[in-house]
Design a protein around this ligand. Structure first.
Ligand SMILES: *Cc1c(COP(=O)(O)O)cnc(C)c1O
Length: 377
C-alpha cells in the first residue's frame, strides 16, 4: 500500500499552495489600503507558528499578531521581521522583553497603560478599544484616556484597534450589534484625530469581520482561522465563496493491527466491545497530541480513501480504529484524521462538529509533539 514521504508517527502536513491561495483571496477582498496582519497565536492555530509565519513572510506579509510575549519572541528567534503585535496581557516584569525583541504591546486598559508608561524605555503600543465585547480595551466613549497615554513620551502609539464579538452571526440582532461596534470604533478614532493624536493605524476585523463585513476599511485585518482555510463551523461554508483551501492535514500511521473476538473489549475501561470478530488498528496519536478524549465513538479516520470508525477510548498517545471492513489495510498504512484521502475528505469543521465545538479549538489544541512538514508544489 501507499507510503507517504516523511511522517513516521503522527504529523501535520502544511499545504503551501493553499496558504498562498488564501492570502491572495483576502488580499483581493481587502484591497490596496489594507494589509493582512495574520493571527499566528497558539502556534498558528496548531499549524506551527514559525513555519506559517515564515511562509507568510515569503508571500510579503510584514505584520503579525500573537497572544503572548513568548509567542512573539519565538517568531523573532525564527527570523520573523516586521511588526509583531502582542494582543494579550504581558506582565510588567516582561516589559524589557517587549523592547528587546521589538514587540508591539496592546494597552489592555487604562491602568495597564500607566504601567507601560513607567517602563524606562520607549515601547510600541496599540491601544485596544472596548466597543462592546467587554474583554480588553479602554471604553470607546473614553477616548481622552487614550489621548493622555498617547501624549506620554515613553509610549509610541502606532495603532488602535477593537474586536468584534458577534461578527460570525447573521442574526439581525447580532448584525445590528456589530454595526454598533463598528460605529463606536469609528467614533473613538475620530475623537483621537480631533484631539490631535497622529500616526496610528487602525484595525477591527478578524476572519468573520472581513467575510461578513467586507465594506469596512481599516489599515489592517487580523485574520486567523480563515487564513488557514478553515471556518469555525460547517454551517458557515459559503461565506468564503469556495475560495479558501485548508492548509493543514493531520495524519498518523498504523502501528499494528489485531483481531479481537466478538465480546472482547478494547482499550482503557474496555470501553469498546466488539460485536463480531473485528480487526482493530492502533494509531500512535492520542489526546496528548490534541485528539479530544471524548471523540471516541463519534468520528472516523480515512485509510486509503475509506472510512474507519474511531472505537474505544482515546489514550494519551494512541487510539483505535475499526478496519474490519477494510481487508486491504496493513500496518504502516497512513491514516488521515483531517484532510483528504482518495475521494473522501474530513475537514476541521467536520471534526469539530463531531466534538460539538468550533474548529478553532480543535486545531489550536494540536500538540507540540506532532511533526510538522511543509508540502511544496
Ligand atoms: C484571535 C484573534 C483574532 C483572529 O481571529 P479569527 O477569528 O481567528 O480570525 C483577531 N483579533 C483578536 C483580538 C484575536 O484575539
Amino acid at each position: 500500500m501507499k507510503q507517504c514521504e516523511g511522517g513516521h508517527r503522527a504529523w501535520i502536513e502544511l499545504d503551501r499552495t493553499n496558504l498562498a491561495k488564501n492570502v491572495a483571496f483576502f488580499r483581493g477582498m481587502l484591497g490596496e489600503g489594507c494589509a493582512l496582519m495574520p493571527a499566528v497565536k497558539a502556534n498558528a492555530y496548531g499549524h506551527g507558528a514559525a513555519l506559517i509565519a515564515g511562509e507568510l513572510q515569503r508571500f510579503g506579509v510584514t505584520d503579525f499578531c500573537v497572544a503572548s510575549v513568548g509567542e512573539g519572541i519565538e517568531l523573532r528567534e525564527e527570523g520573523i521581521k516586521g511588526q509583531i503585535l502582542v494582543l494579550g496581557f504581558t506582565p510588567q516584569t516582561d516589559f524589557a522583553l517587549l523592547a528587546q525583541y521589538d514587540l508591539t504591546q496592546t494597552i489592555v486598559d487604562a491602568d495597564y497603560g500607566r504601567k507601560l508608561c513607567e517602563y524606562p524605555g520607549r515601547l510600541k503600543v496599540h491601544a485596544a478599544i472596548d466597543t462592546g465585547m467587554h474583554r480588553l480595551g479602554i471604553p470607546w466613549d473614553r477616548p481622552e484616556k487614550i489621548v493622555r497615554l498617547a501624549a506620554v513620551e515613553n509610549l509610541n502609539l502606532t495603532g488602535v484597534f477593537s474586536h468584534l464579538c458577534v461578527a460570525d452571526s447573521r442574526e439581525d440582532w447580532d448584525v445590528a450589534y456589530t454595526r454598533e461596534q463598528i460605529a463606536r470604533f469609528d467614533a473613538a478614532v475620530k475623537e483621537l484625530r480631533l484631539a490631535g493624536v497622529r500616526g496610528f493605524k487602525t484595525h477591527l476585523q478578524s476572519s468573520y469581520g472581513v467575510l461578513n463585513y467586507p465594506e469596512c476599511h481599516y489599515d489592517y485585518a487580523r485574520i486567523g482561522i480563515a487564513l488557514y482555510g478553515i471556518l469555525s463551523r460547517k454551517e458557515d461554508a459559503g461565506k468564503e465563496c469556495g475560495k479558501l483551501f485548508p492548509v493543514l492535514s493531520l495524519k498518523s500511521r498504523i502501528a499494528c493491527i489485531r483481531t479481537v473476538e466478538a465480546g472482547e473489549g478494547v482499550g482503557y475501561g474496555l470501553a469498546y466491545v466488539a460485536e463480531e470478530r473485528s480487526r482493530i488498528a492502533v494509531l500512535p496519536i492520542g489526546y496528548a497530541d490534541g485528539i479530544p478524549r471524548s471523540l471516541a465513538g463519534k468520528g472516523y479516520v480515512l485509510i486509503d480513501g475509506k472510512r474507519a470508525p474511531i472505537v474505544g477510548r482515546i489514550c494519551m498517545d494512541q487510539m483505535f480504529v475499526d478496519v474490519t471492513g477494510l481487508p486491504g489495510v496493513e500496518t504502516a498504512d497512513e491514516a488521515v484524521l483531517i484532510g483528504t484521502s482518495g475521494q473522501e475528505q474530513i475537514t476541521a469543521e467536520q471534526y469539530a462538529a463531531w466534538e460539538g465545538t468550533i474548529s478553532n479549538e480543535i486545531v489550536s489544541r494540536l500538540g507540540g509533539r506532532l511533526e510538522r512538514i511543509v508540502k511544496v508544489g
